[in-house]
Design a protein around this ligand. Sequence first.
Ligand code: NIG
Ligand code: FE
Length: 408
Amino acid sequence: MKLIKNIKTLLGVNWGSNLIKGNAMSNIPSLENAFLVINDGRIEDFGAMSSLPQEDSLDTEIIDASGKYVLPAWCDSHTHIVYAGSREGEFVDKIKGLTYQEIAAKGGGILNSAKILNDTSEDDLLESALTRLNEIKNLGTGAVEIKSGYSMTLEGEIKMLKVIQKLKNICPLLIKSTYLVHTFPKEFLHDKEGYVNEVLTKHIPKIAEEGLADFIDVFCEDGFYSEEQADRILECGTKYGLIPKVHANQLSNSGGLQTAIKNKAISADHLEQIGDLEIALLKASSTIPTLLPSAAFYLRLPYPPARKLIDEGLGFALATDYNPGSSPSGNMPLLLSLACIQMKITPQEAITAATINGAAAMNVAQELGSIEKGKIANIIITKPMPSIDYLPYSFGSNLIEKVLIKGS
Ligand code: NIG
Ligand code: FE
């Protein structure tokens, strides 16, 4: 049993298990001068210090959180943290003027990562992914979605998904896995339909049969998968019990969002390139917009219209997109700063998007994302701070003092 007492402010109390939308995003329910009790990895009780039950038990570990904020750990609903090698050469190419698409067209980009990944053992992939998981956990992440998509061969995609499955077993963070249909392998560049067929008739059935993925995702974009191909892939995934997600409208207004909504995707991710029509469609759907501003930052793309989404009454999740090619960082606190500064959302809106809304986008809001009796105790304790706004204000500083995963 653990008791955290004298908490300056406990954020996200009784927030429920649903996506928070519009104005409500800036109103995080909180308790001043609070306590929180954790038992068996779950939240057992919380309340005002004045109502703290007075039974002192010897086996209760006490944490004094005077001056500190306590909040749900981040739920990072979109990452690619199982990968091999790194792509800092392309980082320099981009500085010298090449675009993401130009690098991909020369056989770089995702195919560059695929070449290395196909030559990397499962054990080595596991080890590097564990290092990254450990890094993001220390920055406050308590749940993470991880995608495949850096092999494109069935064996390689399965190798990645098996690494994610092992991570689920050995790592206390809550992990969800996604089969990502990312790009076309070199051998199929002149027979794209042939590769889509492999995905539909071999990859999806095998991956589903082995229970290796929770979600199916596709990169719907000019030069990658067309709307029509993405549609068939998601439809097939759904038939096999995988829940759709889509990489949509990152580089162009390519119909990805419409394809996501048509397939009842749980989330449509990126959305740098959406207009009024797409916002209206989102409002009429249950697909959760998921914004990845660190990818927009890194690729120097326009930011998604976060402010407008909130003003239109929509809710969204914020995620890091941690990957070697468009966002080589899984730093959620830095992401929150970027989101506030570049997309003009308030610290409270950003925290909502990174906690309960991230949990909703990875289908774990029943278990995580808010301070609720019975939920898993994945918790951030900050350093002493004058206000919660201080967290994204101090960009680049680490104000996370302690992270509890399942109470430990
Ligand atoms: O989410 N947009 C496509 N996929 C990744 C980037 C992958 C890569 O370049 O390695 C993304 O940005
Ligand atoms: Fe991505």
